[in-house]
Write a protein that binds this ligand. Structure first.
Ligand SMILES: [Zn+2]
Length: 264
């Protein structure tokens, strides 16, 4: 247990800066007790300031993530169909927090100009297509990212307030109030989910930056132009089923040529 273990009644909300209220404590990583706080202003549910992240991201826990490829393929199908049928096939795209570059490579294999950026992981599968979070992109994806953020407010400020993409697509499961500490998405065993969202938190962020948010299950599209939210909702819901009916270009050959040229 952390020597400073305690649960003060309030904690500064790391999304909106408001005063989050103590909700409950729970054991993380089977050995640390951590407090959870709910912000009455924006609706974010956060852990106390996390000090256990080195343990939370140990190699052993990463190795136990056997669903990683399956999720990447599902996200690729959804994103490819959404971009293709939303008229965004030529967009410049950044996979923010893209890990080892699996999704970036899969998206390039489907003809989309994706780049990968991750502060904590080496790009192994999309080498040569590194992104830069200081640049502007038409589309930003951030899958399995926002629940891991120590400073979620900074992330949205940086992306929606700074990069201002036409679309930001994120994934995260949402909770509803009253909060049930049995909710599986707390993932107490890993200690990695430190910022948890409900629908009103995402919608509040969207409106702060002049976006609208369409949410289907665990997928959330922030759009600068409201366009046709019904169509986006339909695509988010049915994209994997539409995927086999569509043909996609591929950047496999041209990427190969480009990298071979650079190696000369
Ligand atoms: Zn807040």
């Amino acid at each position: 247990m952390h020597p400073a273990d305690r649960s003060p009644p309030q904690d500064t909300c790391r999304l909106c800066g408001g005063q989050a209220r103590y909700l409950f404590s729970h054991r993380l990583l089977a050995r640390h007790e951590a407090g959870y706080y709910l912000c009455p202003d924006c609706g974010l549910l956060q852990t106390e300031q996390p000090w256990w992240l080195d343990e939370a991201y140990s190699e052993a826990l990463a190795a136990a993530d056997t669903g990683m490829m399956q999720r990447n393929i599902w996200l690729m199908k959804t994103t490819a169909v959404l971009l293709r049928l939303s008229g965004m096939r030529s967009s410049r795209c950044l996979d923010y927090g893209g890990g080892h570059g699996v999704l970036t490579r899969l998206m390039r294999d489907h003809g989309f100009d994706f780049r990968c950026w991750d502060a904590h992981a080496e790009n192994l599968f999309a080498r040569g297509f590194e992104g830069d979070p200081e640049e502007d992109y038409d589309v930003v994806t951030a899958f399995e990212v926002i629940e891991h953020l120590q400073q979620p407010g900074e992330f949205f400020k940086r992306v929606l307030g700074g990069m201002k993409p036409d679309m930001l697509l994120v994934s995260s499961e949402l909770f509803t109030e009253p909060v049930n500490s049995d909710w599986h998405y707390f993932y107490f065993a890993t200690g990695q989910h430190i910022a948890l969202f409900q629908l009103k938190a995402l919608q509040g962020i969207a409106s702060t930056y002049g976006y609208s948010c369409v949410s289907v299950g665990g997928l959330h599209a922030f759009m600068r132009e409201p366009g046709r939210p019904g169509a986006v909702r339909f695509l988010l819901r049915f994209a994997p089923r539409l995927y086999p009916m569509l043909c996609f270009d591929s950047l496999v050959a041209s990427d190969h040529q480009r990298l071979m040229h650079q190696a000369d």
